[in-house]
Write a protein of this length. Structure first.
Length: 105
């Protein structure tokens, strides 16, 4: 039996949620964000929109790429317009739904 692993693609969440920075996030380095009772690696969705997020800063979690969360500054709603314009239809499916589709084929 062979198991095929899909490359890390960006998955946008249907609704953004708030996380809190635990380790600094910079333009060139991912940090850590406390989100849903645990900490995750995180990076800026748009690195040019913000230069850094320091510990204690609240950020909006909008999606993920692999196990790394994608975040934007709280109050930055520009990403909603871009997500709707550039998001492929498959990105709207949850990981579980996509896995079910792979195994059903």
């Amino acid at each position: 039996m062979s198991l095929t692993v899909a490359p890390d693609t960006i998955e946008f969440f249907p609704q953004a949620a708030i996380g809190q920075v635990e380790q600094p996030i910079t333009l060139h380095q991912r940090g850590r964000v406390k989100f849903m009772a645990t900490t995750w690696f995180a990076r800026f969705y748009q690195p040019t929109a913000q230069t850094q997020a320091l510990p204690g800063t609240r950020v909006k979690v909008i999606g993920r790429e692999g196990l790394t969360l994608l975040v934007v500054a709280v109050g930055n709603d520009q990403h909603q317009l871009e997500m709707s314009a550039t998001r492929p239809e498959t990105a709207q499916l949850s990981l579980l739904q996509r896995m079910n589709a792979w195994f059903a084929a």
